[in-house]
Design a protein around this ligand. Structure first.
Ligand code: ZN
Length: 219
Protein backbone atom coordinates (compact mmCIF):
# COMPACT_ATOMS: atom_id res chain seq x y z
CA UNK A 1 0.00 0.00 0.00
CA UNK A 2 1.31 3.42 -0.94
CA UNK A 3 1.28 6.09 1.76
CA UNK A 4 -0.81 9.05 0.63
CA UNK A 5 -2.90 10.40 -2.20
CA UNK A 6 -4.98 13.42 -3.04
CA UNK A 7 -8.38 12.58 -4.54
CA UNK A 8 -10.43 15.11 -6.50
CA UNK A 9 -13.93 14.73 -5.12
CA UNK A 10 -16.76 16.57 -6.86
CA UNK A 11 -19.45 14.78 -4.89
CA UNK A 12 -20.62 12.87 -7.95
CA UNK A 13 -20.79 9.18 -8.71
CA UNK A 14 -17.45 8.89 -10.53
CA UNK A 15 -15.29 10.80 -8.06
CA UNK A 16 -16.92 8.93 -5.16
CA UNK A 17 -16.11 5.59 -6.79
CA UNK A 18 -12.55 6.80 -7.38
CA UNK A 19 -12.25 7.86 -3.74
CA UNK A 20 -13.14 4.38 -2.48
CA UNK A 21 -10.90 2.79 -5.12
CA UNK A 22 -8.07 4.94 -3.76
CA UNK A 23 -8.85 3.95 -0.18
CA UNK A 24 -7.83 0.41 -1.08
CA UNK A 25 -4.53 1.58 -2.61
CA UNK A 26 -3.37 4.27 -0.21
CA UNK A 27 -3.05 4.45 3.55
CA UNK A 28 -4.10 8.08 3.82
CA UNK A 29 -6.34 10.10 1.54
CA UNK A 30 -7.02 13.80 1.39
CA UNK A 31 -10.11 14.60 -0.68
CA UNK A 32 -10.34 18.02 -2.30
CA UNK A 33 -13.29 19.75 -3.90
CA UNK A 34 -13.70 23.01 -5.78
CA UNK A 35 -16.27 25.73 -5.37
CA UNK A 36 -16.10 27.44 -8.78
CA UNK A 37 -19.53 29.01 -8.81
CA UNK A 38 -21.14 25.92 -10.32
CA UNK A 39 -24.92 26.13 -10.58
CA UNK A 40 -25.07 22.69 -8.99
CA UNK A 41 -23.11 23.77 -5.91
CA UNK A 42 -25.28 21.31 -3.99
CA UNK A 43 -22.62 18.79 -5.07
CA UNK A 44 -20.30 20.31 -2.46
CA UNK A 45 -22.67 19.16 0.31
CA UNK A 46 -22.53 15.70 -1.26
CA UNK A 47 -18.74 15.85 -1.31
CA UNK A 48 -18.69 16.74 2.42
CA UNK A 49 -21.04 13.89 3.23
CA UNK A 50 -19.09 11.36 1.14
CA UNK A 51 -15.74 12.42 2.65
CA UNK A 52 -17.25 11.95 6.10
CA UNK A 53 -18.62 8.51 5.20
CA UNK A 54 -15.21 7.57 3.82
CA UNK A 55 -13.49 8.90 6.94
CA UNK A 56 -11.04 11.06 4.99
CA UNK A 57 -9.83 14.60 5.41
CA UNK A 58 -11.61 17.03 3.11
CA UNK A 59 -10.72 20.48 1.84
CA UNK A 60 -12.70 22.79 -0.41
CA UNK A 61 -10.88 25.33 -2.56
CA UNK A 62 -12.71 28.41 -3.80
CA UNK A 63 -12.04 29.54 -7.38
CA UNK A 64 -13.50 32.83 -8.61
CA UNK A 65 -12.27 32.69 -12.18
CA UNK A 66 -15.31 31.16 -13.84
CA UNK A 67 -17.76 33.45 -12.09
CA UNK A 68 -15.93 36.34 -13.74
CA UNK A 69 -15.53 34.75 -17.17
CA UNK A 70 -19.09 33.32 -17.29
CA UNK A 71 -18.28 31.24 -20.35
CA UNK A 72 -20.20 28.08 -19.51
CA UNK A 73 -23.74 26.98 -18.79
CA UNK A 74 -22.50 25.35 -15.59
CA UNK A 75 -21.77 28.79 -14.11
CA UNK A 76 -23.95 31.20 -16.09
CA UNK A 77 -27.62 30.41 -15.57
CA UNK A 78 -28.49 32.52 -18.64
CA UNK A 79 -26.85 29.91 -20.91
CA UNK A 80 -28.98 26.87 -21.72
CA UNK A 81 -27.72 23.51 -20.52
CA UNK A 82 -28.91 21.97 -23.78
CA UNK A 83 -27.02 24.07 -26.34
CA UNK A 84 -23.60 23.71 -27.94
CA UNK A 85 -20.47 25.48 -26.76
CA UNK A 86 -20.14 28.91 -28.41
CA UNK A 87 -16.63 28.27 -29.72
CA UNK A 88 -16.47 24.53 -30.37
CA UNK A 89 -19.74 23.20 -31.74
CA UNK A 90 -18.62 19.63 -31.04
CA UNK A 91 -18.87 20.32 -27.31
CA UNK A 92 -21.93 20.99 -25.13
CA UNK A 93 -22.53 24.37 -23.47
CA UNK A 94 -21.71 22.68 -20.15
CA UNK A 95 -18.05 22.47 -21.12
CA UNK A 96 -15.97 24.48 -18.63
CA UNK A 97 -12.81 25.43 -20.53
CA UNK A 98 -9.66 24.68 -18.59
CA UNK A 99 -11.49 23.23 -15.59
CA UNK A 100 -9.45 20.09 -15.13
CA UNK A 101 -6.25 21.98 -15.96
CA UNK A 102 -7.03 24.34 -13.11
CA UNK A 103 -8.23 21.63 -10.71
CA UNK A 104 -5.21 19.42 -11.30
CA UNK A 105 -2.84 22.38 -10.99
CA UNK A 106 -4.31 23.33 -7.61
CA UNK A 107 -4.39 19.68 -6.54
CA UNK A 108 -0.72 19.25 -7.50
CA UNK A 109 0.29 22.52 -5.88
CA UNK A 110 -1.38 21.41 -2.64
CA UNK A 111 0.02 17.87 -3.01
CA UNK A 112 3.51 19.30 -3.43
CA UNK A 113 3.26 21.22 -0.16
CA UNK A 114 2.17 17.98 1.56
CA UNK A 115 4.95 15.97 -0.11
CA UNK A 116 2.35 13.84 -1.92
CA UNK A 117 3.04 12.57 -5.44
CA UNK A 118 -0.15 10.62 -6.16
CA UNK A 119 -3.30 12.34 -7.40
CA UNK A 120 -6.53 10.53 -8.27
CA UNK A 121 -9.17 11.90 -10.65
CA UNK A 122 -12.33 10.10 -11.75
CA UNK A 123 -12.41 11.00 -15.44
CA UNK A 124 -13.59 8.57 -18.11
CA UNK A 125 -13.17 8.79 -21.88
CA UNK A 126 -15.80 6.15 -22.65
CA UNK A 127 -19.28 7.41 -21.68
CA UNK A 128 -18.70 11.13 -21.26
CA UNK A 129 -19.84 14.47 -22.57
CA UNK A 130 -16.93 14.87 -24.98
CA UNK A 131 -14.94 17.12 -22.68
CA UNK A 132 -11.34 17.06 -23.97
CA UNK A 133 -9.92 17.36 -20.44
CA UNK A 134 -11.34 13.93 -19.56
CA UNK A 135 -9.14 12.08 -22.06
CA UNK A 136 -6.05 10.00 -21.46
CA UNK A 137 -3.80 12.11 -23.65
CA UNK A 138 -4.69 15.23 -21.67
CA UNK A 139 -4.01 13.50 -18.34
CA UNK A 140 -0.63 12.24 -19.55
CA UNK A 141 0.32 15.69 -20.82
CA UNK A 142 -0.80 17.28 -17.54
CA UNK A 143 1.16 14.76 -15.48
CA UNK A 144 4.29 15.68 -17.42
CA UNK A 145 3.66 19.42 -17.24
CA UNK A 146 3.06 19.37 -13.48
CA UNK A 147 6.10 17.15 -12.87
CA UNK A 148 8.36 19.38 -14.95
CA UNK A 149 6.81 22.59 -13.65
CA UNK A 150 7.33 21.70 -9.99
CA UNK A 151 10.36 19.47 -10.50
CA UNK A 152 8.50 16.86 -8.48
CA UNK A 153 7.40 13.58 -10.04
CA UNK A 154 3.61 13.29 -9.92
CA UNK A 155 1.48 10.31 -10.82
CA UNK A 156 -2.09 11.03 -11.88
CA UNK A 157 -4.28 7.96 -11.38
CA UNK A 158 -7.41 7.59 -13.52
CA UNK A 159 -9.10 4.36 -12.37
CA UNK A 160 -12.18 5.02 -14.52
CA UNK A 161 -10.54 6.24 -17.72
CA UNK A 162 -11.50 3.20 -19.82
CA UNK A 163 -14.71 2.35 -17.98
CA UNK A 164 -18.22 2.86 -19.31
CA UNK A 165 -20.91 4.19 -16.96
CA UNK A 166 -22.15 0.63 -16.57
CA UNK A 167 -18.66 -0.55 -15.57
CA UNK A 168 -18.37 2.32 -13.08
CA UNK A 169 -21.63 1.22 -11.41
CA UNK A 170 -20.30 -2.34 -11.31
CA UNK A 171 -17.04 -1.13 -9.76
CA UNK A 172 -19.01 0.73 -7.07
CA UNK A 173 -20.87 -2.49 -6.38
CA UNK A 174 -17.61 -4.44 -6.15
CA UNK A 175 -16.22 -1.84 -3.74
CA UNK A 176 -19.36 -2.27 -1.62
CA UNK A 177 -20.37 1.39 -1.89
CA UNK A 178 -23.50 1.22 -4.01
CA UNK A 179 -25.55 2.51 -1.07
CA UNK A 180 -23.33 5.57 -0.83
CA UNK A 181 -24.49 6.53 -4.34
CA UNK A 182 -27.63 7.78 -2.62
CA UNK A 183 -25.59 10.71 -1.32
CA UNK A 184 -23.80 11.54 -4.56
CA UNK A 185 -24.97 14.39 -6.76
CA UNK A 186 -24.90 14.37 -10.56
CA UNK A 187 -27.60 16.68 -11.96
CA UNK A 188 -26.38 19.90 -13.62
CA UNK A 189 -29.53 21.67 -12.48
CA UNK A 190 -28.55 21.14 -8.88
CA UNK A 191 -31.72 19.37 -7.85
CA UNK A 192 -31.92 16.20 -5.84
CA UNK A 193 -32.84 13.61 -6.96
CA UNK A 194 -31.72 14.57 -10.46
CA UNK A 195 -33.95 16.09 -13.17
CA UNK A 196 -33.50 13.06 -15.41
CA UNK A 197 -33.16 15.28 -18.49
CA UNK A 198 -29.77 16.99 -18.40
CA UNK A 199 -26.76 15.26 -19.99
CA UNK A 200 -25.32 14.32 -16.60
CA UNK A 201 -28.58 12.71 -15.44
CA UNK A 202 -28.99 10.88 -18.76
CA UNK A 203 -25.48 9.41 -18.53
CA UNK A 204 -25.99 8.36 -14.91
CA UNK A 205 -29.32 6.69 -15.71
CA UNK A 206 -27.73 4.85 -18.65
CA UNK A 207 -25.07 3.37 -16.35
CA UNK A 208 -27.52 2.05 -13.77
CA UNK A 209 -29.88 0.75 -16.45
CA UNK A 210 -27.15 -1.14 -18.30
CA UNK A 211 -25.83 -2.53 -15.03
CA UNK A 212 -29.34 -3.75 -14.26
CA UNK A 213 -29.56 -1.83 -10.99
CA UNK A 214 -31.75 0.85 -9.50
CA UNK A 215 -30.13 4.18 -8.82
CA UNK A 216 -30.13 4.63 -5.00
CA UNK A 217 -30.77 8.39 -5.37
CA UNK A 218 -34.40 7.52 -6.14
CA UNK A 219 -34.92 5.22 -3.17
ZN1 ZN B 1 -30.25 16.60 -14.32
Amino acid sequence: MKPQAIVLLSGGQDSTTSLFWAKKKFKKIIAISFDYGQRHSIELSSAKKIAKLAGVMHRIFKINEYEQIKNTALVDKNISLYKKDKINKNLPSTFVPGRNILFLTIAASYAYTCGIRDIVIGVSQVDYSGYPDCRKKFIKAMERALSYGMEFKFKIHTPLINKSKKEIVLLAKKLGILNFMKWTHTCYKGISPGCGKCAACVLRAKGFKEAGMNDPQFT
